[in-house]
Design a binder for this molecule. Sequence first.
Ligand SMILES: [Zn+2]
Length: 360
Amino acid sequence: MTDLAAELEAIEHASNERLAAATTVDAVDALRHEVLGRSGSLTGLLRRLGSVPAGERPAIGQRANDVRRRLETLIGGRLAELETDDLEARIADEAIDMSAPGRPLRVGHLHPVLTLMRDLREIFHAYGFEVFEGPEVETEEYNFELLNIPPDHPARDLWDTLYVAEPGSIEAGEPRPAADQTILRTHTSPAQVRAMRELDPPIRVLTPGRCFRYEAVDASHGFEFFQVEGLVVDRDTSLADLKGLLEEVARALYGRDVRTRFRPGYYPFTEPSVAFDIGCLVCGGSGCPACKRSGWMTILGAGMVHPEVLRAGGYDPDEFQGYAFGMGPDRMTMLRHGVDDIRLFFGADLRFVTQFSEGR
Ligand SMILES: [Zn+2]
């Protein structure tokens, strides 16, 4: 065997080995360049055929061409294979699996207190009440005077009021100014006077909203809370109408078997005033810490609208009567879900709030 024949065999052998080991298009391309390229090893060998003795030249030439064709075929095949693999990998990478289940969207839900307020609205809507909203920023006149609470009335001690002052107009530590001031409403009752002044009788409104008091915050008191009040003004309404309505509402909220009772109460803007209790939902009436061992829970305050308040709203108390009632949705929500700290409602802890997602 001539030197060239041995060289040819070595090139083919090495090429086959490298080809078998090559796993990328780049590696096969490099091999093709090094063997079959213009300055490749096989190309170089073919150029040197002229130096072979004439007698051996046809045979060795034939073999060299065979090797070149085989390598070309093998390299071309392997390249096609790897390119296909590459493409498939890329498609697999980029493809969207249309049959895969989608990622669930996080859908929000109402705060549990708002859910309860919405329930109240629906219940009272069935009794002909519509929603009437007043402003959260009020005047002392609407918050107190027009509700039969004059400046020197001892009932004002019931409310620790947040005053809205011009910057710098009140020095720290000074007593609060006596003249009419802008305040954050301490209850939703001012909306009752606004409703009386704005609407024509008969009036049946619900006045839900946020109220503010300068309270020390603890498990059962917030400086910010909700109220839902109701007001009816009409000819010939009486305490009996109020009683019948509230008993129906209690059944709608807490079930047909709920026990109810009225107790005397006191509010400056109603006369007479009552407190409305239901049988304790926790112990059923036998007495427990939740009802302070009384077997009863107060869920709202109510009464006949005071003649002075009717006058403030533009009505003649000899011709019109009215009744009003007020509920605390925060406390009612605590009862409904067994929550023992009102501060949780106003905190920003999603772990607490998202527990109520089954609500509307
Ligand atoms: Zn109880």
